[in-house]
Design a protein around this ligand. Structure first.
Ligand code: UD1
Length: 417
């Protein structure tokens, strides 16, 4: 298993280009299942999770061809309607095939995702919404078995604005008979990117970007082309990397309009930055001050940036209170950050971070995707050498992380552990 080694303490300097968004590419790949034909997707990031999604779709009969600047997806001949345990256990987002398969084939068999490092993460809201659209759902041998003759439009009120749940129901509703209204829908930009792709396929969707999605089902959809939006969490992670090293970094192709909550919080810490159309310039400055954050559904502060912000706060002046409201176990990075010398105390869903002057490099263990990113950031800001083990977590969601950081002057490399 690989490890990433970082000789920290060096301010980053230079430019970095943001890749396509993992969390937009995953539902959009699943949406190609809705109709036969040749779709073309561009700006698809080259990540482990995307490779898992392609494997899952290939199992269902989808064929992929790499184009010079994108990916051709041929969803003509489906041969299966099952998402097997082996794939769902490595990537929960595999449940995104449920809605499209039920809509196109009238049936799906999807392994139930188990618990994961950051909490229970059930899919009850996905299933309840589908049942409201007339789907019969049974649980057998660890699998969800869903079947329906024809999906019926329904009014669905989500108890919580679940992201992949909204996406599953949105995809299913495009081919349902009549109108579906999803209330308390997730407003994450990746849901909107999916909705735009669905519209390009001929779906009739109103309310994109709001918490009420109105979908008038159509008989059939057509294949479409789409450019995946840039990754706001990757952009936020490089913002944190610049902040923690007091660097001077230009972040290009950043989805600035979707980063407002993150940028505002970094500005509050005293970080000097200038924002242009799709570019963020971080200027070098003095010490940052501790700032409180509370994770919330979009447009609030994203839970996927919580760990990276915490790493930055561990080297700020003063105290920062970090409240996690989305996932109950998302503080796994705390004990590892402490090994680097961070002063963090957790009580329930709150972490109190008392900034220290320095962190010291040490071997640490990644536990989930964003936790690993926070350890890399802490390593960049620490004195001496940090080794981040279980790098496969990072590879799920960051494209060419060491190369991009090396190009910014970081001393970072990968070794066989
Ligand atoms: C998505 C993102 C993930 C991000 C998360 C929250 C993708 C592929 N993943 O995950 O990166 O961290 O949104 O922004 O887009 N819940 C239920 N029942 C359900 C569904 C969810 O109780 O049926 C709860 C979850 O346990 C959790 C909360 O709702 O506490 C939010 O989860 P959800 O928005 O569904 O996250 P994901 O879609 O899995």
């Amino acid at each position: 298993m690989d490890k990433i080694v970082i000789a920290g303490g060096k301010p980053l300097k230079g430019e970095v280009m943001i890749s396509g968004a993992k969390n937009a590419a995953l539902p959009i790949l699943a949406a190609t299942l809705l109709t036969p034909g040749l779709h073309v997707l561009t700006n698809v990031p080259n990540l482990a999770d995307i490779r898992t999604a392609k494997k899952l779709l290939a199992n269902l009969g989808v064929q992929f061809t790499d184009l010079a600047d994108g990916l051709q997806v041929d969803s003509t001949g489906l041969v299966s309607w099952e998402a097997p345990y082996d794939l769902v256990k490595t990537m929960r987002a595999a449940v995104l095939v449920l809605g499209p398969l039920v809509a196109r084939l009238g049936k799906a068999r999807v392994s139930l995702p188990g618990g994961c490092a950051i909490g229970a993460r059930p899919i009850n809201l996905h299933l309840k919404g589908l049942e409201e659209m007339g789907v019969r759902v049974a649980l057998a041998h660890g699998y969800v078995e869903a079947s329906v003759k024809r999906l019926e439009g329904a009014e669905i009120i989500l108890d919580f604005p679940t992201v992949t749940g909204t996406e599953n129901l949105l995809m299913a509703a495009t081919l349902a008979r009549g109108r579906t209204i999803i209330r308390n829908a997730a407003q994450e930009p990746e849901v909107s990117d999916l909705a735009k792709f669905l519209r390009a396929m001929g779906a009739r969707i109103e309310g994109i970007g709001t918490d009420v999605l109105i979908i008038d089902g159509v008989r059939e959809l057509q294949p479409a082309s789409h450019r995946i939006m840039p990754d706001r969490i990757e952009a936020g992670t490089y913002l944190a990397a610049a902040a923690i090293t007091r660097g001077e970094v230009t972040i290009r192709q950043a989805p600035v309009e979707h980063l407002t909550a993150v940028i505002d919080k970094f500005l509050e810490t005293g970080l000097k930055l200038k924002v242009e159309k799709d570019t963020i310039h971080v200027r070098p400055g003095g010490a940052l001050v501790g700032v409180d954050i509370k994770t919330m559904p979009y447009p609030g502060f994203p839970t996927d940036m919580q760990a990276q912000f915490m790493a930055t706060m561990s080297l700020a002046r003063g105290v920062s209170i970090i409240t996690e409201t989305i996932f109950e176990k998302r503080f796994m990075h705390v004990s590892e950050l402490r090994r680097l010398g961070a002063d963090i105390v957790v009580s329930g869903n709150q972490a109190v971070v008392r900034g220290t002057k320095t962190l010291q490099g040490a071997p640490v263990m990644a536990t989930d995707l964003r936790a690993s990113a926070s350890l890399v950031l802490a390593g960049l800001g620490a004195q001496g050498q940090t080794e981040v083990h279980r790098v496969y977590h990072l590879d799920r969601g960051y494209e060419r992380l060491e190369q991009k950081l090396s190009a910014l002057g970081a001393n970072i490399w990968r070794e066989k552990a």
